[in-house]
Write a new protein. Structure first.
Length: 362
């Protein structure tokens, strides 16, 4: 064994600093190294980002309000825990070789991962100071990939009017997990915007959305439509929202390719379970018959799996996630603190039933 006295003292200090700040924690002789993982909406936090190679026991706690799990993937390994209920813990013991591993929540066909529940774990050789180098690598801020989508509304245009939710029995157990939001949602089960009560409308809606990360997302688009009562509405999308609230991850973000609603516990269960090509929350300028209503209309847009029957446009399925993605939903609510919109139920909810999308330039 080499003597520590051979290393100049300044280097000892910097090595010690590096070890304290980011370095691998030495394992107890014989036993596996210990690593703690904390799961919540929507992140995975590890007690350390770097560990030495060998046997590792992950102790995973679900500190969130919905079920999660943990998967470790990389270097030929792909191992996951069973689903962990809120407040519960689980352990996972693995033998890890040096390299980088992805540590994420596999729940919801990777929708939790897409919402941010992923992190990296770097495993360094057991007998080496190379960990310092690995750590510098791991500390680099990753350059996010920008993805953009252009969506064009098409096919029959319908306005969804207030009414009862058609799948109250299926939604009830999920509603129970929504805490403070439950009461509001339960009133929407009886009379809300996710009903079978529809009427024919007409109009156009085209937009482009950029997924650049939670606070840099962007959107550009215009919707023009005439509702059942003959009113002509125009919405100019202005900016994404950036507020996060429970169950509404990245409320304000642009999210491409998410599996949610229905029984997923992500966002409201009063929309059937769907896959979305794009979902976003934004503020817009809203005009009625050429007169400005508000500069702060709250807008939710989704291009999603088809949920409605041809012909009468009733909601056709509780789990619609396997259906073709061609339904474009536009929901408009008044801005925070503003009076209800002059429309049935105080909201505007318009669908374009045969819509399409293309990849847009970044
Ligand atoms: Cu999860």
């Amino acid at each position: 064994m080499s003597s520590i006295h051979a290393i100049p003292s300044r280097n000892v200090a910097s090595l010690l600093f590096a070890a304290l700040a980011f370095g691998p924690v030495p394992r107890a002789p014989g036993g596996p190294a210990a690593l703690r993982a904390k799961l919540s909406e929507w992140k995975v936090e590890l007690s350390q980002g770097t560990i030495t190679a060998g046997r590792v026991t992950f102790t995973i706690t679900n500190a969130g309000s919905i079920p999660h799990a943990l998967e470790v993937e990389g270097q030929g390994i792909e191992e996951e825990t069973a689903v962990i209920q809120p407040g519960a813990s689980a352990t996972l013991t693995l033998t890890l070789k040096p390299g980088t591993y992805e540590v994420y929540c596999p729940v919801g066909q990777d929708s939790h991962k897409k919402l941010g529940m992923e992190t990296d774990l770097t495993v360094v050789p057991a007998t080496s100071t190379a960990g310092v180098e690995y750590d510098r690598e791991a500390m680099k801020t990753p350059t996010p990939n920008i993805h953009a989508i252009r969506v064009t509304g098409g096919g029959p245009v319908i306005q969804i009017l207030p009414g009862p939710f058609p799948f109250p029995d299926s939604a009830a157990p999920i509603l129970a997990q929504f805490g403070d939001e439950r009461e509001g949602l339960e009133s929407q089960v009886k009379n809300g915007p996710y009903s079978d009560n529809v009427s024919r409308a007409a109009g156009s809606f085209t937009f482009t959305a950029w997924d650049k990360g939670a606070t840099r997302d962007s959107v550009d688009g215009v919707a023009e439509f005439a509702t059942q009562d003959g009113a002509r509405w125009k919405l100019i999308l202005d900016r994404v929202q950036t507020k996060d609230v429970p169950h509404h991850p990245r409320f304000g973000g642009v999210i491409l390719g998410l599996y949610y609603h229905g029984n997923t516990t992500v966002h409201t269960p009063l929309v059937p379970t769907i896959n979305s090509a794009v979902a976003l929350w934004a503020f817009g300028h809203l005009y009625k018959n050429g007169v400005l209503v508000t500069d702060n209309a709250m807008v939710h847009v989704m291009l999603l799996s088809h949920t409605r029957r041809d012909g009468n446009f009733a909601l056709a399925c509780w789990d619609c996630s396997k259906n073709t993605i061609d339904e474009l939903q536009l929901q408009i609510l008044p801005g925070p603190g503003e009076p209800k919109l002059d429309a049935p139920g105080g909201f505007l909810f318009v669908n374009w039933e045969k819509s399409s999308s293309t990849q847009a330039p970044n």
